[in-house]
Design a binder for this molecule. Structure first.
Ligand code: SF4
Ligand code: FE
Length: 533
């Protein structure tokens, strides 16, 4: 069966359509372009027809003409693909398709599916070795270098890898069939090369109260109904990276649940266009510059990142897409493993963006005639040291990964948490050093329109010039990029996301405290000091 969904059973998310050969084509409701998943006819299964996503253009086309309930700046938007507030973020995801055309990146960006043996995007791969884990970090650094921002496609990959081992263990403990369902779904995502949003963070309401204690029971996403066909869910997920740019949403619980919180212990996948789902685009610093048709003022006009609030109002999910439902003992494992994988991710993606900041620092020092100043050189060395330390953490937790019972590979959880804890600090310092080197002009530059005004432009050219031989406009372009990365749109991805993405700093400290064997360390000290109790 080609590109199968489950075992071919029709579900509420799938609508039977008539194919040109007269057979039934099971295509997703709100389908993406010409996806055809399975063709049945009188003579049995026929080869499926599909629009393969293997280029940025085919990815962008797959999101066009697709009905979803999306709000941007208070308005319902039908076409998000060509919306100027969304397009740069889409371009970043598209780069994950475009970079795949570079033969030099083949090994990093592609893997062999353990399900089918087919060549697939690593973004849809289940890690099966420490080499896989390392290649993931390399891939994310590469993508960060190319986009200078968050390229959004990693959350689904990390969600798959977390659920892969947990569903296996859940099946052993509870006799469920989640692992088979997840593998079927994964096969579909790999085959169609889809972007999947991994949605974990609930809106949480009163942080002092448990999910079941909130005044409004929907504050944590929960199952409100279930029957023989599937479940109905209600709730909301916040800060959803790449949500508008994803074909699918894979939902996971936000925390470990207790016995009386079974309705919140739910994991599932749904097409992003399923009825009942609403997206609200989040703001970023200086975002409306993208509406001004002044790319110079945006700083990184081609690429961007995107977060959205996703509201689920009575969304139906067929059983074939449910991967956890009420098994409270498994929910904490999903959270810990997803968090560990995503904390590893930051040792790749933020390092790639850090490379851009370091390059910008060096270039600014050259444009402004201070490249030889010893304190400037030393500051750049410090930036490199901090950035490579993050990379070392990303690699360390990968090389120290271990096999799970399901056969997939898991990062070293302690080292992944140390990685992310450093990411909550070092990018801030790297950005501070960049601003130090670049100077105050980073936030006092004139508008693009000033440079376009023939009456004013010659004066700006004269008075904002740096070293001879470098056009003033090049200096301004660079400083606008630095503004983007450290104080504008891009700072949402490089700074705030470094603090709160994959869990806020305290979340890592809780894990570090839990995983450190302090009693064993006490014994080390006592032995050397000849202390006997
Ligand atoms: Fe990927 Fe990094 Fe963005 Fe997370 S923050 S989605 S790991 S690029
Ligand atoms: Fe993130």
């Amino acid at each position: 069966m080609t590109g199968s969904v489950g075992e071919g059973a029709a579900t509420a998310n799938q609508m039977p359509r008539k194919g040109s050969n007269g057979g039934n084509i099971w295509a997703l409701a709100g389908a993406y372009g010409e996806y055809r998943i399975k063709v049945e006819s009188g003579s049995g299964e026929q080869e499926a027809i599909r629009m393969k996503l293997d280029s940025p253009a085919s990815y962008l086309d797959s999101l066009r003409g697709w009905e979803r309930r999306v709000f941007i700046r208070g308005e319902r938007v039908a076409n998000t693909v060509d919306h100027p507030l969304v397009r740069p973020a889409l371009n970043s995801v598209a780069e994950t398709y475009g970079t795949g055309q570079d033969p030099a990146a083949e090994e990093i960006l592609f893997a062999r599916s353990h399900l089918t043996g087919a060549r697939i995007s690593r973004f849809a791969h289940i890690h099966h070795s420490t080499e896989d884990l390392v290649n993931k970090v390399l891939m994310l650094r590469l993508m960060g270098r190319r986009t200078g921002t968050c390229f959004q496609r990693c959350v689904g990959m990390d969600g798959f890898n977390a659920l892969y081992s947990v569903t296996w263990e859940c099946d052993q403990a509870h006799g469920t069939t989640y692992h088979r369902r997840l593998k079927d779904y994964l096969g579909y995502v790999q085959e169609e090369n889809l972007v999947v949003d991994g949605a974990m963070t609930d809106v949480k309401g009163d942080r002092g109260l448990r999910p079941g204690e909130q005044a409004d029971p929907d504050i944590f996403l929960r199952v409100v109904e279930q029957d023989s066909r599937g479940i109905t869910v209600r709730g909301a997920k916040a800060h959803q990276t790449g949500a508008l740019n994803s074909h699918e949403i894979m939902v996971m619980p936000t925390t470990g649940m207790r016995e009386d919180e079974a309705s919140f212990a739910v994991a599932f996948a749904t097409p992003a266009g399923a009825p009942g789902i609403t997206f609200v685009l989040g703001r970023q610093p200086s975002d409306t510059r993208k509406l001004e048709e002044s790319p110079l003022d945006v700083g990184n006009p081609t690429y961007g990142s995107q977060e959205a609030l996703i509201i689920f109002e009575d969304v139906f999910v067929p059983w074939e897409r449910v991967f956890l439902c009420g098994e409270v003992d498994q929910s904490g494992k999903v959270v810990e493993r997803f968090a560990a994988f995503h904390r590893q991710s930051y040792g790749g993606c933020k390092v790639g963006v850090g490379d851009v900041l370091i390059g910008a620092a060096r270039l600014a020092s050259e444009y402004q005639g201070v490249a030889k100043a010893s304190h400037v050189r030393d500051k750049i060395v410090e930036m490199i040291h901090l950035n490579e330390t993050l990379f070392a953490c990303g690699l360390a937790c990968s090389y120290h990964g271990t096999a799970t019972q399901a056969g997939s590979y898991m990062v070293d959880v302690m080292l992944a948490n140390v990685c992310k804890q450093n990411v909550t600090r070092f990018p801030i310092e790297i950005a501070r050093l960049l601003q130090d080197i670049a100077g105050g002009l980073v936030v006092t530059m004139p508008y693009q329109k000033d440079f376009e005004n023939p009456e004013l432009a010659p004066q700006l050219e004269k008075y904002l010039k740096g070293v001879a031989g470098v056009p003033t406009l090049n200096r301004i372009k660079l400083l606008k990029l630095i503004e983007n990365l450290t104080a504008g749109c891009g700072s949402a991805a490089y700074l705030t996301e470094s603090i709160h993405g994959a869990g806020s700093p305290q979340a890592q400290r809780v894990m570090i405290a839990r995983l450190a064997d302090l009693d064993e360390k006490i014994e080390l000290a006592k032995r050397l000091a000849h202390i006997e109790d």
